[in-house]
Design a protein around this ligand. Sequence first.
Ligand code: GLC
Length: 745
Amino acid sequence: MTEKELKKLLSEMSLEEKAGQLEQLPFGFFEDGNTVLTGPMGEISLTREQIALTGSTLSGCGAAKLRRVQREYMENHPHHIPLLFMMDIINGCDTIFPIPLAQGAMFDPQRVKKAAQTAAREAAARGLHVTFSPMLDTVRDPRWGRVMESTGEDPYLNSENAKAMVKGYQGQDFGKTGVFARDSVAACIKHFAGYGAPLGGRDYNAVELSDRTLREDYLPAYKAAVDAGAQMVMTSFNTLDRVPSTANRRLFSDLLREEWGFEGVSITDWAAMAELMEHRVAADDLEACRLAMDAGIDIDMCTGIYQFRLPQLVKKGVIPVKKLDEAVLRVLKLKNALGLFEDPYRGIDEDAEQAILLSDEHRKQARKAAEESFVLLKNEGGLLPLDPEKSGKVAFIGPFSDSGEVSGAWSILADPAKCVTIRQAAEKKMKKFRLRFAEGSAFADAEDPIAGFDGPYIPGASGPEEELIADAVEAAKEADTVVLCIGEHRLMTGEASSRANIQIPAVQARLLRAVSAVNRNVVTVLFTGRPLDLREVSSLSKALLVVWFPGTESGNAIVNTLTGKNNPSGKLPMSFPWCVGQVPVFYASFSTGRPVTDNNRDMKFLSRYMDIPNDPLYSFGFGLSYTSFSFSEVSLSGKSIKRRGGKKLTAGVRVTNTGDRAGECVVQMYIRDEVSSVARPVRELKGFKRITLEPGVSEEVAFEISEKMLRFIGIDGKRKSEPGKFTVYIGEDSSTMNGADFALM
Ligand code: GLC
């Protein structure tokens, strides 16, 4: 339809129809028995006639099912406006990819984009139009369970991945024509804004960020996604400056629409409109409705308030009909860009659904992504990769050693039975090895607060702890090498999964101690959705491989890595703290007025803890390889850049593979502003490149440094660069001191 035709349609719609377009209900309202709920289900008192006017639904999918629901819906709709189908396709649809935090560890936006494209192809075939992804919250506090949904602590890395995901989901066509190809979906970025910094790491808690910190550290990835053409933005549950996002006009109108020029659709998070009453900024749902509409929120997710209250507030003149029409037109435009007026069944494809879901090609992509996401934190004495001769008899022990529970908490369509377990892969790929398997322990103790909830179900063990540990100890005694497969269960992370204790479950720690007491050759394969306190795990393991939640091809990717077919190259996208007392801990920290240096460690009055170190256990950007790399000194194409004139500086290094096997190296560039009008981080990631090198081979790696890269929000509140001295560092992680100075004139 043309915009003129859309406006004509709008003019013919009743007030109730318009309000309906701004309401979203769970799919169960359109298909009895569908109970996929991703939030607390409040009372929604809508009549059948009102439900028949609802503009969108979430968490339903399946070609035949959505075709039927769409047909029935449109037959009943007064103007036959198609329904919009949305869902959380976070890290893959049916073919499950590594969780977003693992995708951050890939430092490979091209592969992130490919994963999003594949997810979109599967989702579109299943009839979906919008995915509630990417989640672009900067995360620096592992107590918050939702860090698994982000690509990490760094605004630059998150921005690169944000662009990649939006383009992957929405497709090249949309970028050029504004119309979605049939195998693409619209991206809904979330959670706007600042949700990743809740006080105490406690989900849904208040967020207190200065405007400068919000803009410098928490907004860049959202902005990158909006600039990449993201078509929807979701509100966050938190308050920012004590204003809930769903009622935050400064955020959703002044910043998002006026300052950034966003013209897409905004939507609340689950029931967030009703929660304005819980925040105690609205006395009743009428007030909540008014506040949200005034803030610039278009769609109400799952409370019924918009559909129930908007007509009367417009009739009373409390909400201008113009404001209502603007919101409805944005929703109609999105449906139009998806081609739904021409073909309400666009994308729905029963044949494609059979042909591409979990196809070999998609599985291969998921496996490669998983392999690239693994981070090798330790490999004492080259215990890895395993070798039939050198490693002798290998015992795979632990609750993850033969489990399909390897997909992230948001992998709604994951089928554990279709996920390759470590045991399945090992028995198929390690025929030359002498293998043994033992469950070892449960995922968690029955009394663990997470396992005890009546919500998500964490599978129990197959027998009593004593028997499992005895069997594991016997296996470990007989083995030359132990591969201990442990970590958080997938349902211990994600939404509403904040934890003050970020160690592995106690029952697994008991297993680790028992096994390492009889066999020191322990390789720990760690499943997790967040940085954990790994002091004990690291001290009792000779090798430590973080695999996050790898998804469908988990076992194959892990065994390929353990046996050296894949040489690990992942880098930490988020710091792993020494202990929970350190958080939030992140590499781009501040000097303070009393920094600890190499020359003052015996002084008292310094910014440090008395009982623990300042540095995390493992830093952002860190990750080992089975080979090793050397870096030349940094060379610069000049000693300065002029603030005006646009000329760039090139910083280069020569990287050499000094080991005996091919490997991939993520070369990282950080820049430090030596003196500035406000305190700036000790360094910031400004570039990274992933290169592959054969043994003994060298490659020149160059990065361009532009004046624009050096801009920040100065003391006058304006984003600009300031003349002065800078240092550029290029190395393998955020602690590299391989640097060179330059000046901005
Ligand atoms: C949830 C989550 C959000 C998700 C939405 C719809 O509460 O906060 O990330 O997209 O509801 O499922």
